[in-house]
Design a protein around this ligand. Structure first.
Ligand SMILES: *[C@@H]1O[C@H](CO)[C@@H](O)[C@H](O)[C@H]1NC(C)=O
Ligand SMILES: *[C@@H]1O[C@H](CO)[C@@H](O)[C@H](O)[C@H]1NC(C)=O
Ligand SMILES: *[C@@H]1O[C@H](CO)[C@@H](O)[C@H](O)[C@H]1NC(C)=O
Ligand SMILES: *[C@@H]1O[C@H](CO)[C@@H](O)[C@H](O)[C@H]1NC(C)=O
Ligand SMILES: *[C@@H]1O[C@H](CO)[C@@H](O)[C@H](O)[C@H]1NC(C)=O
Ligand SMILES: *[C@@H]1O[C@H](CO)[C@@H](O)[C@H](O)[C@H]1NC(C)=O
Ligand SMILES: *[C@@H]1O[C@H](CO)[C@@H](O)[C@H](O)[C@H]1NC(C)=O
Ligand SMILES: *[C@@H]1O[C@H](CO)[C@@H](O)[C@H](O)[C@H]1NC(C)=O
Length: 568
């Protein structure tokens, strides 16, 4: 709070001053929104590229404490005494080269990160489809792609980010001049600051290989006019590397020459992209799953997904949710050579805000809590009304706390000490670290069995969707005036889901930046001045360079507070 960290959901309103011409205001508005969205996606991207929670399997249980539940520990379970990223967490037989910085594997995770970085710099995006990248990765994990990964240092990532800001800026300026034409009979709505969407009812023909959806007006209404839109079919319209889908409303002669249906379907279809910033769980939910819920949940499964840039790992990871939202097969749209005819096609996904739902705009007035309860039901977790495990299970003598240790950035350097402190405070501790071989189902059950989910600000906290109402999310806020971001990304959503949200803001000395730069450096003494130099500076220091050495003495009252909350 009080920081100038912009929030896409609030800041644009502030940007809407009492300007003169409505058009100018609209464009200004769009530009501001665009910039802020750009800022945020980069910011979140950083969570992606620097977090091992980008892992296919969000997080995995590292090691159960003696008193903790029998959660599976993998063959490479590590002791929490190692504070550094685990270099050896590579499955035997994968034949993957490792470097000493980060885990390498042929799971989509690494590729996602890498691809995201390429994409965000506008490189290799035009000519290389995701499918091709997938193939390369699968066929040749040690090939060129992996070599690029190996060569990438943190420094390069930073430079990438700075370049991205420049790209982003110019892209947005141009975007403000696009899409201002109001269609005669609107099919596409380009007015929302977050997303573009097209709705075609009647004779809609989807040509996957062309990334095109055609609308044939009723015979009597076909005139001379044809119209065409090109939109990004995900919830971030400024995300450069989400490919566009073309929507064309045909005139009389075009309609007469339109390709015939190769299949006809009774249910509506939704076209959306699975790439973008996905692979970071926060983005998986914020950019795709929640928007998909908003766009399709009210259809009660009677809808078909035509997925552009299909990501097999995503389909597999979230299969339970996808299968419930749609009882029909997922179509790999880019590779679909047919002409699929539907009574209705929606291109794009609605989205209200980052990781959020605005009930007034949602079908059936859904809330984020509805979404969470829906997800919990799908994963077979206890229904609402069941209290946190500590209260509900007579045999529990201590509340259970899941402690997330991030892999590379914002990690706890004194993790074992924190585990011990939480135990001393009266918690049963379940330490977790990023892991790939743990499925969402298993993770969901593990989180559900906990009363507290604790971690430093980062994507691992997205697992709060699996907590029960009244459970506690304990977010450790790193140094650098990050309170606002912490609230926007996690604290606010947690409250909407009736979780109890507790933040612990570290002191300067608890940041490794303090050791590195000293107390007189503005990095420590004046974070605002760093933020003012440009977001990429705040990013570099506070999101990327920083690790955390929690002062367990100073932290003890927070643990005590959480314990009291649970005992109430
Ligand atoms: C795409 O490929 C074509 C020919 O292969 C090349 O001329 C063009 O510059 C490429 N575009 C990008 C953006 O790489
Ligand atoms: C934006 O438009 C200007 C002028 O029309 C052009 O020079 C520039 O390359 C464009 N930028 C992008 C990213 O397309
Ligand atoms: C779809 O793409 C194919 C191959 O590029 C092209 O021949 C065909 O005309 C396209 N169809 C439409 C309706 O755009
Ligand atoms: C339909 O649109 C095409 C392309 O704009 C144009 O060439 C054609 O003459 C139009 N047909 C009619 C019947 O107006
Ligand atoms: C792709 O879609 C976005 C927004 O959905 C739009 O701003 C952009 O102009 C489109 N790009 C092209 C090449 O049509
Ligand atoms: C989705 O899940 C709900 C609740 O478990 C269930 O009632 C419904 O039938 C499921 N729908 C589909 C399409 O599987
Ligand atoms: C949702 O709420 C808004 C106002 O909050 C109301 O106008 C709208 O009718 C509601 N929609 C449904 C489907 O209940
Ligand atoms: C840890 O916190 C306690 C209580 O706030 C304080 O007295 C102590 O000096 C701190 N230790 C370090 C190393 O900063």
């Amino acid at each position: 709070m009080g920081t100038d960290s912009p929030s896409p959901s609030t800041a644009p309103v502030a940007g809407l001053g009492a300007k003169g011409a409505a058009r100018a205001v609209a464009q200004h508005h769009q530009a501001v929104v665009g910039f802020l969205l750009g800022f945020f996606l980069v910011l979140l991207l950083y969570t992606t590229v620097s977090s091992q929670f980008g892992s296919q399997n969000a997080i995995g249980v590292l090691q159960s404490t003696s008193t903790s539940p029998a959660v599976r520990t993998g063959q490479n379970a590590m002791t929490p005494t190692s504070p550094s990223p685990k270099p050896n967490d590579v499955k035997k037989g994968d034949h993957i080269k490792e470097d000493n910085k980060e885990q390498q594997s042929n799971t989509p995770n690494k590729m996602e990160e890498d691809r995201t970085q390429h994409g965000i710099n506008g490189i290799e995006k035009e000519n290389q489809t995701e499918a091709k990248l997938d193939d390369e990765k699968v066929k040749n994990p040690e090939g060129g792609q992996a070599a690029v990964n190996d060569a990438r240092s943190d420094r390069m990532e930073e430079e990438d980010l700075i370049r991205q800001e420049i790209d982003q800026g110019s892209m947005i300026k141009n975007d403000t001049n696009i899409g201002q034409v109001t269609p005669r009979k609107p099919i596409c709505d380009l007015s929302d600051p977050r997303y573009d969407i097209c709705e075609i009812s009647g004779d809609a023909r989807a040509l996957g290989a062309n990334r095109t959806v055609l609308y044939l007006p009723p015979a009597g209404e076909r005139g001379a006019d044809s119209q065409e839109w090109s939109i990004r079919d995900q919830s971030r319209k400024y995300l450069e590397f989400v490919g566009n889908v073309t929507v064309r409303s045909l005139n009389a002669s075009q309609a007469a020459a339109a390709p015939a249906c190769t299949s006809r379907h009774a249910v509506p279809a939704v076209v959306f992209a699975m790439n973008g910033l996905t692979s970071n769980p926060w983005h998986d939910f914020s950019d795709v799953l929640i928007p998909l819920f908003l766009t399709t949940r009210a259809l009660d499964g009677e809808v078909q997904f035509l997925v552009s840039d299909l990501q097999p790992w995503f389909v597999d990871k979230y299969r339970l949710i996808l299968r419930n939202l749609s009882r029909h097969d997922v179509v790999d749209f880019n590779r679909d050579g047919g002409v699929r005819c539907y009574p209705r096609v929606t291109v794009g996904l609605r989205s209200h805000r980052d990781l959020g739902i605005d009930p007034a705009r949602a079908p059936r007035n859904y809330t984020l809590l509805d979404f969470q309860l829906y997800v919990r039901e799908i994963y077979g977790l206890p229904p609402p009304g069941i209290d946190v495990p500590y209260k509900e299970q007579q045999q529990r003598t201590m509340p259970r706390l899941m402690l997330i240790n991030r892999g590379r950035t914002r990690k706890f350097v004194n993790f074992p000490e924190i585990v011990a402190a939480a135990r001393d405070a009266g918690f049963e501790v379940v330490p977790v670290e990023p892991r790939r071989d743990l499925g969402v189902e298993e993770l969901a059950r593990a989180v559900d069995s906990c009363d507290v989910l604790m971690g430093a600000h980062g994507a691992g906290l997205t697992n709060f969707f699996f907590l029960r109402s009244n459970a506690v999310m304990l977010q450790v806020v790193p140094w650098g005036h990050m309170e606002h971001s912490c609230m926007v990304f996690y604290g606010g959503p947690a409250r909407e889901m009736r979780l109890r949200d507790v933040e612990y803001s570290i002191a300067a000395v608890e940041s490794t930046l303090y050791d590195k730069y000293g107390e007189d450096s503005p990095v420590i003494s004046d974070p605002e001045s760093i933020h003012r130099q440009g977001w990429q500076f705040g990013m570099r220091y506070y999101w990327i360079e920083q690790d955390i050495r929690l002062n367990v003495t100073r932290f003890a009252p927070t643990l005590h507070q959480v314990l009291q909350m649970l005992k109430e």
